[in-house]
Design a protein around this ligand. Structure first.
Ligand SMILES: C=C1C[C@]23C[C@@]1(O)CC[C@H]2[C@@]12CC[C@H](O)[C@@](C)(C(=O)O1)[C@H]2[C@@H]3C(=O)O
Ligand SMILES: O=C(O)CCC(=O)C(=O)O
Ligand SMILES: [Fe+2]
Length: 334
């Protein structure tokens, strides 16, 4: 008998049932930031999906294109050169296949950076052309996060209007993280049939307030709908890619600030057997000392917080001890 050995690393990456073409989800809410009514539309999308697409954002295509081509150039380097930009933990830099420190694996490589208050990544972490392209992109993504959080406050009628955006705006000491993910085609999937795919980035929620994502034209991102199916299973749907738009995820911290009115969206990335996906994600985290508790104006008379009191620093520390797919908020629920 001939036993075909698989490369061991692929063995460690969970395979998934591939969604069929009809799972491509046409219902992703689209918000035009340049139009009146955006604030209401954002609140509606956050309540229904914890996820939406942003158009009319005004970020120049050249900013996105330059960041993408510099990232593609970085990932095209020899493995040894990329490894010199790592490891991803600690503190930040290049990583491959291992996500976090607790045993999660995915079919990807990535750059992970802490972002300073001026929305820039540390000098030592990337070559000048890559660093300059990413810094320009990060400033633009932060701008989108600030506008989205202003709109959330407006749509929820919270005063002051910068009650949320003030936690990430320049000069506030916000705890921002930025990552560039590259999902190469997964050759091990070829010949396995269309029903099978591999985990690019396993299912999880993002711990921060919001995350602002942009990808090239390759699909792979999936979100779980809020309602489970009749058997109690998560309903995963594929998000059609759009390289000109941003996608916004509600994170765990915004779930708490709205006392569960918004829910952080569970999402994951599955690999494509033929095409590379490159994505950029800006994670808008508040300052470490920021208290994360429901905004008083969102609590009805007599309504209590669903969560124990904590600061972002405390939540982040606890989150980094968890596996990707864990329910990180559970230990903070009352
Ligand atoms: C497994 C992990 C990776 C992660 C830290 C964690 O222990 C749990 C949260 C993960 C996550 C998900 C969203 C972002 O990609 C991320 C940078 C974050 O803030 O929380 C990652 C963390 C990571 O990759 O370091
Ligand atoms: O790469 C993507 O498209 C999404 C990745 C993601 O969810 C994350 O990095 O937290
Ligand atoms: Fe995520």
């Amino acid at each position: 008998m001939v036993v075909l050995a698989q490369p061991p690393v692929v063995d460690q990456i969970p395979l998934l049932r591939s969604p069929g073409p009809r799972d491509s989800f046409v219902g992703v809410p689209v918000v035009d930031l340049s139009r009146p009514g955006a604030a209401r539309a954002i609140v509606d999308a956050c309540e229904r999906f914890g996820f939406f697409k942003v158009v009319g954002h005004g970020v120049p295509a050249a900013t996105m294109d330059r960041a993408e081509s510099e990232a593609v150039r970085f990932f095209a380097q020899a493995q040894g050169d990329k490894d010199r930009a790592g490891p991803a933990y600690p503190p930040f830099g290049y990583g491959s296949k291992r996500i976090g420190l607790n045993g999660d694996m995915g079919w990807l490589e990535y750059l992970l950076f802490a972002v300073d208050d001026a929305a820039s990544i540390p000098d030592a972490c990337a070559a000048p052309a890559l660093r300059s392209a990413l810094n320009e992109y990060i400033a633009a993504a932060r701008g989108v996060a600030v506008r989205v959080l202003d709109a959330v406050a407006e749509g929820l009628d919270v005063a002051p209007r910068d009650a949320l955006s003030g936690m990430v705006a320049a000069g506030t000491g916000s705890d921002q993280v930025f990552r560039v993910n590259h999902y190469p085609p997964c050759p091990a999937l070829q010949g396995r049939g269309s029903g099978c795919t591999a985990t690019g980035f396993g299912e999880h929620t993002d711990p921060q307030l919001v995350s602002v994502l942009r990808s090239n034209g390759t699909s792979g991102l999936q979100i779980a709908l809020r309602d489970r199916d009749r058997d109690g299973a998560a309903q995963w749907v594929s998000v059609p890619s759009d390289r000109d738009a941003f996608f916004v995820n509600v994170g765990d911290s915004l779930q708490v600030l709205t006392n569960g009115r918004f829910k952080s969206v569970k999402h994951r990335v599955v690999t494509n057997s033929l095409k590379s996906r490159v994505s950029f994600i800006y994670f808008a985290g508040p300052p470490l000392a920021q208290r994360i508790a429901p905004l008083p104006q969102l609590l009805a008379d007599g309504e209590e917080s669903l969560y124990k009191e904590f600061t972002w620093g405390e939540y982040k520390k606890a989150a980094y001890k968890t596996r990707l797919g864990d329910n990180r908020l559970a230990q903070f629920e009352k």
